[in-house]
Design a protein around this ligand. Structure first.
Ligand code: BLA
Length: 506
């Protein structure tokens, strides 16, 4: 792509980071043909780790390199489809752990320094410590604090952050444990483009990753293209996959020397990351990373269980309220009159400033709302929408006229009623005056770097504050569920009335 297209921020998402063709420097990657067990590709650092140049390894058999017994265990795992176990072994004089996996038509083996192997007793104590620590908390913020503390104590990174994604994949540091001399980043926000979608997808699949030395020299894989597929090797699952040069530059701009990142996955979705920074190079071995994976898993499960608890409690409370509103809806009333005369206004079902019923060309407003004419126009806009339920915390974004009444309706939650196109229940939420602090100006997230002839991430991560305008509080999942249930209820009421009417006509 030529220059103007290249700085388009959307290109970030297209960088094929799994086909990077390079590895990190803290281990060796070999690709093997599973039909012959001959080594087809190798990272160009085998001399340093094995004492054999990569040129002398290519074409050789895996068995020669790792010995009969390790080879037999790997091949029998393939034959019996049991899944691989990690393999501890010596090559030359060094202790390694081998992490095998399949990638397309290759068997890939990651060789890493074995590092310190803990006594099983110590390992178990550590896991117990993690479970007990995380099980003690009853709210998500407390849980995040504990997780950050446990991570810091267990792995010793200089800064540990719990980073939470919002609906648009921007993120916020919601908990932090750090060395005292470091400036705090707690509460800072970062734009979605800092962690593009392909990177988030890899975390969803592989969960934990280290960058052991931000200032490393990337190690090429040789030959560049696989002799089996004629393509670059897919390194998605390799623990040694090289790092996007843009992300490296980003970390260098932050003056970070090493990272450990773990996925927080709640109900199958990436909820956030545990992001750890060290200000010099730092490697943690496979067993430590497994502990980290365990910690992130327990943390994730506990978030899910707290959230499910809140969801159920809110839904129960709301279902009682709904039942009371429905008993007030009398068949001799129109829907609009019925909702108007109900002892409990429907707007109290969902936290809001006001609401509207638009039904059969009648409009009834409740509480703090735009004018009748404005609501009528809004309902015409909503009628164009395919979705039955529509909600936003930033209405003016999709419907610019809403700028005029952001004090009452910065956000709306609405649903279509019955079969007609133009019947709605709407809840309104006012603007919340909010200032967001960003880690660096998010509008300057990239610049063209003349020297490197490509885009570069922003240089400054200094706090940059922005006043938000025309944005309401977010609609919660239990509120959307409540709206869906209320819609069912009202549709049944409408149906019953229609039947009644048909009965009378006959
Ligand atoms: C990756 N960016 C990441 C990752 C994090 C961040 C956590 C995954 C890290 C990892 O694999 O170890 C961002 N890190 C943060 C943020 C904080 C932090 C927000 O500590 C806040 C405290 N990055 C950019 C821009 C682009 C970009 C402009 O800023 C693209 C033009 C790309 N980020 C980018 C890419 C990756 C990444 C491509 C994946 C790196 C890889 O796995 O090779």
């Amino acid at each position: 792509l030529s220059y103007p297209e290249r700085i388009d921020i959307r290109n970030c998402e297209k960088e094929p980071i799994h086909l990077i063709g390079k590895t990190q420097a803290h281990g060796v990657v070999l690709a093997v043909d599973p039909a012959t067990f001959k080594i087809t590709q190798a990272s160009e650092n085998t001399l340093k780790f094995f004492g054999i140049s990569h040129k002398n390894i290519l074409g050789d058999s895996l068995e020669n390199l790792i010995g009969k017994s390790a080879f037999a265990r790997i091949t029998s795992a393939i034959d019996q489809k049991t899944g691989f176990k990690d393999e501890k072994l010596k090559v030359g004089h060094k202790d390694f752990i081998i992490l095998p996996h399949f990638s397309e038509e290759h068997l890939i083996l990651d060789f890493e320094d074995l590092g310190e192997v803990w006594e099983p007793m110590y390992f178990q104590q550590q896991l117990t410590n993690i479970i007990n620590g995380l099980d003690a908390d009853e709210t998500v913020p407390d849980l995040c604090k504990t997780a950050a503390k446990l991570m810091k104590n267990t792995f010793g990174y200089d800064r540990v952050m719990v980073y939470r994604f919002d609906e648009e994949w921007n993120g916020e540091v919601v908990a932090e444990e750090k060395e005292e001399h470091l400036e705090s980043w707690l509460g800072l926000h970062y734009p979605a483009s800092d962690i593009p979608s392909q990177s988030r997808d890899l975390f969803l699949k592989h969960k934990v990753r280290i960058i052991s030395d931000v200032n490393y020299e990337p190690v090429p894989i040789s030959p560049e293209l696989s002799p089996i597929t004629n393509k670059a090797l897919d390194l998605s699952k390799s623990t040694l996959r090289g790092v996007s040069p843009i992300h490296i530059e980003y970390l260098q701009n932050m003056e970070v020397g090493a990272t450990l990142t773990a996925a927080i996955i709640v109900h199958g979705k990436l909820w956030g990351l545990i992001a750890c920074h060290h200000y010099s190079a730092k490697f943690i071995n496979y067993f430590q990373r497994e502990t980290c994976k365990f910690l992130a898993q327990v943390f994730s499960n506990n978030i899910a269980s707290i959230q499910t608890g809140i969801f159920n409690k809110k839904l129960n409370e709301n279902s009682e309220l709904r039942a009371r509103i429905l008993t007030d809806l009398k068949i001799e009333n129109t829907l609009v009159d019925g909702l108007e005369n109900a002892e409990i206004p429907f707007t109290s079902l969902i936290e809001s400033g006001g609401g509207a019923v638009v039904f059969d060309d009648k409009i009834k407003l409740f509480g703090n709302t735009p004018t009748e004419a404005e609501v009528l126009d809004l309902s015409n806009f909503l009628a164009e929408n395919e979705e039955v339920i529509f909600y936003t915390k930033n209405l003016k974004n999709s419907y610019p006229v809403a700028e005029n009444y952001k004090k009452s309706a910065s956000g709306i939650l609405s649903f279509k009623l019955g079969r007609a196109k133009n019947n709605f229940i709407i809840w309104f939420r006012p603007e919340v005056a909010e200032t967001v602090s960003w880690g660096g100006n998010p509008n300057k997230k990239v610049s063209y770097n003349e020297e490197k002839q490509r885009l570069s991430p922003r240089k400054s991560f200094k706090k940059w504050t922005e006043k938000l305008d025309g944005i309401s509080n977010s609609w919660q999942d239990y509120e959307i569920e409540t709206a869906k249930a209320f819609r069912e209820n009202l549709n049944q009421f409408i149906l019953k009335k229609q039947k009644e009417e048909i009965g009378r006509l006959n």
